[in-house]
Design a protein around this ligand. Structure first.
Ligand code: NAD
Length: 477
């Protein structure tokens, strides 16, 4: 264990054995089978979708302990946090979809202009076909299965490519999912970059990617070759502006930041306090102590860093400012204590990259306006948090700040409201899901128009165009 030094060491827990990449010919054969089955439309009927969603729920119920063990192995996640953030969130998505599926699948009749009447026009959500879902390592179960719920609900076939950096969870998905879902239309293909590259070269009807901006560009470029639509769920530096330094503010910030050891895409990345930050820093310190005790490095509710590479990257950030709380770490277990920093270098990786670890920089700004300018000068984040009881500030914040979500006083809570679209904008991604938003994202909103030929009410618009016909056409729409 050390304090503020960063010597690279062998990585006993982070030296994960990544899943073996599938042979390209095996991937091609699997995809050909899935495509063939998807084309037979077995995924379309509501009964099939309901059955598969229930089967997915059953898998989570019957293998809860296996998944919790895998998440603990991959990221040291405590059982309570892992169950809530990885399993219960998915079960809530399944239940919501099951309750609303009939209504989501229903068509909507729309009005037809007078000139076309009598006629019927409707919009009907139709399945897209075969969807590729590529996920990250930080919530390796949730971020595979929540998009899968949307894919199943929307009547699609799907391939899951879990992250190789969470190999135990990837393995558990590959082992258990085929025991529950229909293997003709759903498959888990494990592997790293080679497998992802192989998969991305194929033709898909949608690619749903969760991960970082750099890989998202690779995904978008591969998708462009087939003009495949994509959903890109990315990250970024989500700011938290603190106007009110009440004890609950510190608790909510610490909860959101240190869950999963800070490796959460919507964690508050940094804090901007309006004026003196000392009271907030003191309360954050007390909160961390009350959450994780005297020695967070051994606390069972505090997770570890994904790999030695990620661990080293975080340690380097300690050099980029003043550590005012925490700073301890343990190379053997890849744990870094919840850490608060101030007087940070705005040009270093700490403030230029998404931190993605348990380090919270606190920066003082003189005014609320300055906080808004600070945020606007940086890439668009996935979420922006305001801790304030002032309706005036809340209204200005939601009007002026551009982010995937605006949240007042409850960081992370937006994640578990299934009716809120979850997704980014600009650098934080494109497209959103959860609840009906996921269903819509993975459906085609198809137009359908029907008229009869028994009576030809359109004769007024056929050529040749006499003066009288032109007058009628001018008034048609
Ligand atoms: P990543 O982009 O490195 O990897 C994601 C996936 O892409 C993995 O399955 C990986 O195997 C694959 N991949 C990696 N390199 C590839 C390549 N060259 N070609 C094709 N595929 C490749 O992301 P990560 O490190 O696993 O996750 C961290 C990032 O994900 C953070 O930026 C975080 O904010 C973001 N994230 C976003 C959300 C969200 O919902 N918006 C959720 C969690 C994480």
């Amino acid at each position: 264990m050390g304090l503020f030094t960063s010597t690279p060491l062998p990585d006993p827990v982070g030296d994960f054995a990544p899943p073996v990449d599938e042979h390209p010919s095996k991937i091609a054969a699997t995809l050909a089978n899935l495509r063939h089955s998807a084309d037979t439309r077995i995924t379309h009927p509501r009964r099939f979708r309901v059955q598969q969603l229930r089967a997915l729920e059953k898998m989570l119920e019957e293998h809860l302990d296996d998944f919790l063990a895998a998440l603990n192995e991959d990221l040291g996640k405590g059982a309570t946090e892992a169950k809530f953030s990885e399993v219960d969130v998915v079960r809530a998505e399944i239940d919501f979809a099951l309750r609303h599926l009939a209504e989501w699948m229903d068509h909507t009749n729309v009005k037809v202009p007078l000139a076309l009447q009598p006629a019927m026009a409707k919009v009907e959500p139709r399945p897209l076909g075969l969807v590729l879902i590529i996920g990250p390592w930080n919530y390796p179960l949730q971020l595979m299965l929540a998009p899968l719920v949307a894919a199943i609900a929307a009547g699609n076939a799907a391939v899951l490519k879990p992250s190789e950096i969470a190999p135990a969870t990837s393995g558990a998905l590959a082992k258990f999912l085929p025991l529950y879902l229909d293997n003709r239309v759903f498959a888990v293909i494990e592997g790293g970059v080679d497998t992802a590259t192989e998969l991305l070269a194929a033709r898909w009807d949608h690619i749903f990617f969760t991960g970082g901006e750099k890989v998202a560009k690779v995904v978008a470029a591969a998708a462009a070759k087939h003009l495949t639509p994509t959903t890109l769920e990315l990250g970024g530096k989500s700011p938290a502006v603190v106007d009110n330094q009440l004890p609950a503010t510190a608790k909510r910030l610490a909860y959101a930041k240190f869950m999963n050891a800070g490796q959460t895409c919507v964690a508050p990345d940094y804090v901007l306090t309006i004026g003196d930050s000392a009271p907030l820093i003191e309360r954050l310190g007390q909160t961390i102590h009350s959450f994780y005790g005297k020695d967070p490095l051994t606390h069972p509710d505090f997770g570890r860093i994904a790999s030695h590479r990620h661990f080293q990257r975080l340690l380097d950030m300690f050099e980029q400012g003043e550590v005012v709380h925490g700073g301890q770490y343990d190379e053997q277990t890849l744990r870094i204590a919840p850490t608060i920093m101030r007087n940070v270098d705005l040009e270093g990786t700490l403030m230029q990259e998404e931190i993605f670890g348990p380090i919270l920089p606190v920066i003082e700004v003189a005014t609320f306006e300055e906080a808004l300018e600070f945020i606007a000068a940086r890439p668009t984040p996935l979420a922006a948090y305001l801790m304030s009881e002032s309706p005036r500030l809340q209204s200005i914040f939601s009007d002026r700040v551009r982010a995937g979500a605006i949240v007042h006083n409850a960081p992370l809570a937006q994640m578990i409201v299934p009716s809120l679209p979850f997704g980014g904008v600009g650098a934080s991604g494109m497209g959103s899901y959860h609840g009906k938003h996921g269903f819509d994202r993975l459906s085609q909103m198809r137009s359908e128009l029907s008229k009869t030929t028994v009576v030809d009410t359109l004769s007024a618009i056929y050529p040749p165009y006499s003066w009288a016909k032109r007058k009628i056409i001018d008034r048609l729409l």
